[in-house]
Design a protein around this ligand. Structure first.
Ligand code: G3H
Ligand code: 13P
Ligand code: ZN
Length: 317
């Protein structure tokens, strides 16, 4: 059942985080639905511009509709990840999306406010909620002194003004993470002090954590042992920090890279071990099972596992 992102946020806020998983194809969709049902968790499916263009937006949307029919117990929202203004309007007008993200954080503050406000007005008129971004993800290196490092992070005072002026429903905040497989050097972690300050300034507004993959060392090691050449210093967010962050208002946790690592490991190992094989379905089946197990594990770490009955009750269905 497709629900609004706002309804999921209301139930989860400061209790647990909802996994927002990027998908691009049928195998990921099936693994995602199975993994969320196995772990009894609500979830957010997010489609990037790249995902909508990979085959065709209508194809990935049809796959999601089919999964909704095949897995009627599933409770999820559909979200546009990292949208520009034009793509946000396309998704809002389609009637299929529960929420959109307008990513205008690379613009100066005033321009970010103006763009976000335009999207919010158009989205709210159609009952779609909006995630907007403030601050710069990444760029926080270990050897940079705290003051300099914090300059890249979301400023809690600006966050309050941004929410008040734009009316957006969720805030993607820079709290120490970055996209991809190379996030931290040495013993870095999330900036819990910044999360806490943001939450104090914008109580009730869900914080979104981008760049939340954990990039497990074992996964990187297996990929490299099967012919990959990932930098072994690849490193991500400690999964044990998801739930403490959720208790401070981080309600949506975006995960993409870790799922790509599962795909790469499964396919590299399969074709390494069966070099004469050329049917893609056997590794595809392994991938769906492994992806489902991966999603289930993530949901446990996010605290969303086992909440499906509570969510169903909360939604009044
Ligand atoms: O944050 C971006 C997501 O990982 C989506 O990546 O634009 O390559 O689909 P993509
Ligand atoms: P990762 O690259 O850490 O998986 O982050 C994904 C993301 O933030 C999608 O918006
Ligand atoms: Zn992101």
């Amino acid at each position: 059942m497709i629900v609004t992102t706002a309804a999921l946020y209301k139930i989860a806020y400061r209790k647990f985080a909802i996994g927002a998983y990027n998908i691009n194809n049928a195998e990921q969709a099936v693994g995602l639905f199975r993994g969320c049902l196995d772990s009894k968790a609500p979830f957010i499916i997010q489609l990037s511009k790249g995902a909508r263009a990979y085959t065709h937006k209508k194809i990935i949307e049809a796959i999601i509709r089919a999964c909704d029919e095949i897995y009627p117990e599933a409770i999820f929202a559909v979200h546009l990840d990292h949208g520009d203004e034009e793509t946000c309007y396309d998704c809002i007008d389609s009637g299929f999306y529960s929420s959109v993200m307008i990513d205008a954080s690379h613009h100066p503050f005033e321009e970010n406010v103006a763009i976000t406000k335009r999207v919010v007005d158009r989205a709210h008129a159609k009952g779609v909620s909006v995630e907007a971004e403030l601050g710069m993800l990444g760029g926080v290196e270990e050897d940079i002194v705290v003051e300099e490092g914090n300059a890249c992070l979301t400023n809690p005072d600006e966050a309050a003004e941004f929410i008040q002026r734009t009316g957006c429903d969720a805030l993607a905040a820079a709290i120490g993470t970055s996209h991809g497989a190379y996030k931290f050097k040495g013993r870095q972690s999330l900036h819990f002090n910044v999360i806490e300050e943001i939450n104090k300034r914008i109580p009730g507004i869900p914080i979104v954590m981008h760049g939340s993959s954990s990039v497990p060392a074992e996964e990187v090691c297996r990929i490299n042992a099967a012919g990959g050449q990932l930098d072994p210093s690849a490193c991500g967010v400690d999964e044990n920090e998801y739930l403490p962050a959720a208790k401070l208002g981080v309600t949506k946790v975006n995960i993409d890279t870790d799922g790509r690592l599962v795909w790469t490991r499964v396919h590299r190992e399969f074709f390494r071990d069966k070099p004469s094989e050329f049917d893609f379905r056997p590794p595809g089946k392994i991938f769906m099972n492994e992806y489902a197990a991966f999603i289930s594990h993530k949901n446990t770490k996010l605290g969303s596992a086992g909440t499906l009955d509570e969510v169903r009750k909360g939604l009044g269905s």
